[in-house]
Design a binder for this molecule. Structure first.
Ligand code: AHM
Length: 292
């Protein structure tokens, strides 16, 4: 057990994440699949699964003393909870929620910040994968990502996640016709080296697979239609950057800046992002003309 896990305020946050993981998993498995504009059998409005998940998380954190505020992918702005709280929890309650309707894995992502909402103030992150199994990964600034899995109704620690120097998987996001020529050439060069395509369209299972299988590259570049990419800095990009760095990989933007140094101007700002093992990120720097 590392230092941050023992700290009570942080531990309360991790325990709350475990609790909401069970509730969201139940909602995914039992709701009317989030057909948002329909009514359910009793005539009540059906809430989309991502909105339901947001409500579950907001309620669960409302009484956690160490939480100062919440910032959700589902809401504009900051929801202040307690003046005496130490941490702001920024979260995407159900990332890739449209994939539920085709029965692919989805996830929740949490970034725990102390102080201003910027990369350097992220102290811990966590994500939950809702798939054939429910898994949770937690990383802190001084611990490797720890994988836990639900076994017999409880989260059990399985082990720390380590990435190899070089992987075999290539997950490349965004609309290909809108990629830059140099990005396309780089992605093609990885396939020419023998990398295999793995991309579900859910960043949680896609990034999880790369970490658990030892390495590779996940990219969501800036494109002509989305120059700043699609993935949000506070809830998606920065929390996964901590995971990858702590697992022994790297996470940078298109200019070579560590994603853990991003400074979002607005809670919903996005950033081009690249997560990978050291080999692939070194190759990316070369392809993008970034000096090491
Ligand atoms: P969402 O906010 O609509 O759920 O979209 C987020 C998802 C990520 O999980 C995934 O990496 C990305 O969108 C996929 O986008 P694309 O289809 O453009 O590659």
């Amino acid at each position: 057990m590392q230092k941050a896990y023992k700290e009570t305020g942080m531990n309360d946050i991790f325990e709350t994440i475990k609790q909401v993981a069970f509730e969201i998993d139940t909602a995914i498995k039992t709701s009317d699949l989030g057909y948002s504009d329909s009514e359910n059998s009793s005539g009540e409005d059906q809430l989309k699964l991502d909105v339901q998940s947001d409500i579950i998380i907001e309620k669960a954190f409302a009484n956690v003393a160490s939480v100062k505020a919440l910032v959700s992918e589902e809401k504009e702005g900051v929801l202040e909870l307690s003046e005496t709280g130490k941490y702001t929890v920024c979260y995407d309650p159900l990332d890739g929620s449209s994939l539920v309707n085709v029965n692919l894995s989805v996830g929740s992502i949490f970034g725990i910040y102390e102080g201003e909402l910027e990369g350097k103030n992220l102290v811990a992150s966590a994500y939950v994968v809702y798939g054939p199994r429910v898994e949770l990964v937690i990383a802190t600034r001084d611990s490797k990502p720890m994988l836990s899995r639900v076994i017999a109704g409880k989260f059990k620690e399985i082990g720390e996640i380590f990435m190899n120097e070089k992987g075999k998987l290539n997950a490349s996001g965004g609309t290909q016709q809108n990629w830059s020529d140099y990005h396309k050439a780089f992605i093609d060069s990885l396939f020419a080296e023998g990398y295999r395509l793995r991309y579900s369209g859910g960043m949680v299972p896609d990034l999880h697979q790369i970490m658990l299988k030892g390495g590779g590259l996940f990219s969501y570049p800036g494109t002509t239609d989305k120059p700043n990419g699609k993935l949000r800095q506070l809830f998606e990009v920065i929390p996964f950057a901590l995971m990858y760095e702590q697992a022994g990989g790297e996470a940078i933007n298109n200019k070579g800046m560590r994603l853990l140094e991003l400074l979002p101007a607005h809670p919903h700002d996005t950033s081009p992002c690249f997560f990978g093992s050291k080999y692939e990120i070194t190759a990316l720097r070369k392809a993008y003309g970034i000096k090491a």
